[in-house]
Design a protein around this ligand. Structure first.
Ligand code: AMP
Length: 193
């Protein structure tokens, strides 16, 4: 049973690790990016509203994002833990998440930061743009997303560090090695798969 989140810059490997950790710990992985992309693909009202922001490498407004996550966390499968990937990304989202969890009598157990060199991030994202055809993976948009991360999301690391929840893990290396590092760090904190 663990309630955790994964943070790190675009291209750090959050999505990949989220899927593997979700499997290892038998908890749902909740990726706001994936949820938005599915809505864009299905041309839902949420998708239509989110698409412009995503294509420009901007954050979708908190009003849309917070409601979406609150809804998702109220679902039954989150009762035995969850892994949030790509949320929260702003200090306002941290507050919103705190409130949602507090209203359930819960709180976060651990925050895993995936660290990577910015140069490596750009290389990875270039590869991903070719493989997956993500429309927000072009060079300009990626630069925008990295700047936004540094400005809006990096401050969260300090907040969670201050709460004693932060675990920083080197995100460079083979996928399985990174997963192993995370699993070991979690075990050290008493969360075993
Ligand atoms: P990701 O797949 O996590 O990199 O997310 C892709 C895009 O979805 C981001 O660049 C944002 O436009 C949007 N997005 C995902 N999560 C959030 C969030 N927590 N807050 C605002 N926008 C988000």
């Amino acid at each position: 049973m663990v309630r955790m989140l994964l943070v790190g810059p675009p291209g750090a490997g959050k999505g990949t690790q989220a899927v593997l950790l979700s499997d290892t710990f038998s908890i749902p992985a909740i990726s706001t990016g994936d949820i938005f992309r599915a809505n864009v693909r299905d041309e839902t009202p949420l998708g239509i509203e989110a698409k412009g922001y995503m294509d420009r490498g901007e954050y979708v407004p908190d009003s849309l994002t917070n409601a979406l996550v609150a809804d998702r966390l109220a679902q039954k499968d989150c009762e035995s833990g969850f892994l949030l990937d790509g949320y929260p990304r702003t200090l306002d989202q941290v507050r919103a998440l705190d409130e949602v969890l507090a209203s359930q009598g819960n709180q976060l157990d651990v925050v895993v930061e995936l660290t990577v060199d910015p140069e490596i991030v750009i290389d990875r994202i270039r590869g991903r743009a070719t493989e997956q055809g993500r429309t927000d993976d072009s060079e300009d948009v990626v630069r925008n997303r990295l700047e936004l991360y540094a400005r809006e999301t990096a401050p969260l690391i300090e907040v969670y560090g201050g709460r004693g929840l932060l675990v920083s893990v080197d995100g460079i290396g083979a996928i399985d090695d990174v997963t192993q590092r995370i699993v070991e760090e979690l075990a050290r904190r008493g969360f075993s798969a």
